[in-house]
Design a protein around this ligand. Structure first.
Ligand code: OKP
Ligand code: ZN
Length: 344
């Protein structure tokens, strides 16, 4: 399986994450990629290939123009305003303040474009986000060229980013950009399976009223877990998209067998839908020792996850999302891909 990767991701190297009332070192860190590359190499899973650069128009199909302009200029505006630390929002257009106006000062813009406050922005954050989207596009192209699987080893991740909001460590929705590229290049119906521990609110929102993408997610119950305000079982799609959104919120302590039963339901729904390609938002934070999550999947069980995903027998594009048990993430990731390849 080709693995699309660039070491340049490390330019997104923020120092702060607002967590528990403190500024801590971010969970979504560059080291994660080192461990993954090491394990992929050890398991001989495929060659690392550098991404190509695609026109921005592919990303502009998913994200709004004003949001992307904000992303590109945020750090400069923040610095120009004399701020000392990394860019973190402190005010939001919350329920009681409903003016549609977009503020002009960077502090106000941050709150407008942020869906959460843990994700700091610094020099080169935008650059790495664009690079991450090019990794997803290059990987999607590999599937368009006829490969049956490909892994976009991208960071920063993307599944929380919506049309015009960042947060949850995500800026550009790589899975959504890749999905749109597949649809623009010969595929008709995409099954988008989000297996990250956190609900893929951004991806869901982007495709919620469309019938050409069936989004399904298995995740920590949002009554207790980030992103809290989306990801419930009653969210089934809207308009033409009604029936093409399937959420499986699960409680803390969920084991692999309980998790797999939900994956089975999603795969059956994808089959009935008639998907001709699958995109997997691959988060490894369902791991038993993940520091910010609460499922109980073990390293060996990721082999079964890969095998199960292969049972759909569709061309499959894996896109990296979360996973914060840095020293284990490599083998967990490699096991999914190994299980998938063994079964195909
Ligand atoms: C991003 B992805 C840590 C809380 C972190 C944000 C989680 C973002 C997860 N104190 N809350 O889906 O893996
Ligand atoms: Zn996650």
């Amino acid at each position: 399986m080709k693995i699309i990767y660039s070491p340049e991701h490390s330019q997104h190297n923020t120092k702060t994450e607002l967590s528990g009332g403190e500024l801590v070192s971010p969970f979504e860190c560059a080291d994660r990629m080192e461990y993954i590359c090491k394990a992929l190499k050890e398991y001989d899973l495929g060659p690392l290939i550098e991404p190509r650069q695609y026109p921005r128009s592919h990303v502009e199909k998913i994200h709004s123009k004003n949001y992307l302009e904000f992303l590109d200029s945020c750090w400069e505006e923040w610095q120009a305003a004399g701020m000392k630390g990394e860019a973190i929002p402190t005010a939001w257009p919350s329920r009681s303040m409903t003016s549609p106006r977009i503020p002009e000062f960077i502090d106000g813009k941050l709150g407008y474009y942020a869906l959460a406050g843990e994700t700091s922005i610094a020099a080169n954050t935008a650059r790495s986000a664009w690079l991450s989207s090019n990794i997803a596009l290059t990987a999607a192209d590999t599937i368009v060229q006829g490969e049956t699987s490909c892994f976009a080893l991208a960071r920063p991740p993307g599944h929380h980013a919506s049309k015009d909001q960042y947060g949850g460590y995500c800026f550009i929705n790589n899975a959504a950009v890749a999905t749109q590229y597949l649809l623009d290049n010969g595929f008709a119906k995409v099954a988008l399976m989000d297996v990250d521990f956190h609900h893929g609110n951004g991806t869901q929102a982007i495709f919620y009223d469309r019938k050409d993408v069936f989004f399904s997610s298995i995740h920590g119950d949002p009554t207790h877990e980030f992103p809290y305000y989306l990801g419930y079982a009653e969210e089934k799609g809207a308009g033409e998209g009604l029936g093409y959104n399937l959420n499986h919120p699960l409680p803390a302590g969920t084991s692999y067998s309980e998790w797999e039963a939900k994956l089975e339901e999603s795969l059956i729904a994808f089959k009935a839908y008639g998907a001709d390609v699958m995109v997997v938002s691959l988060g490894l934070d369902t791991f038993e020792n993940d520091p910010i999550s609460s499922f109980k999947i073990k390293t060996d069980e990721y082999l079964k996850m890969g095998q199960k995903l292969a049972s759909l027998e569709l061309p499959t594009l894996f896109i990296m999302e979360g996973g914060y048990a840095v020293e284990d993430i490599g083998y967990n990731t490699a096991n999914v891909l190994k299980g998938f390849l063994q079964a195909t």
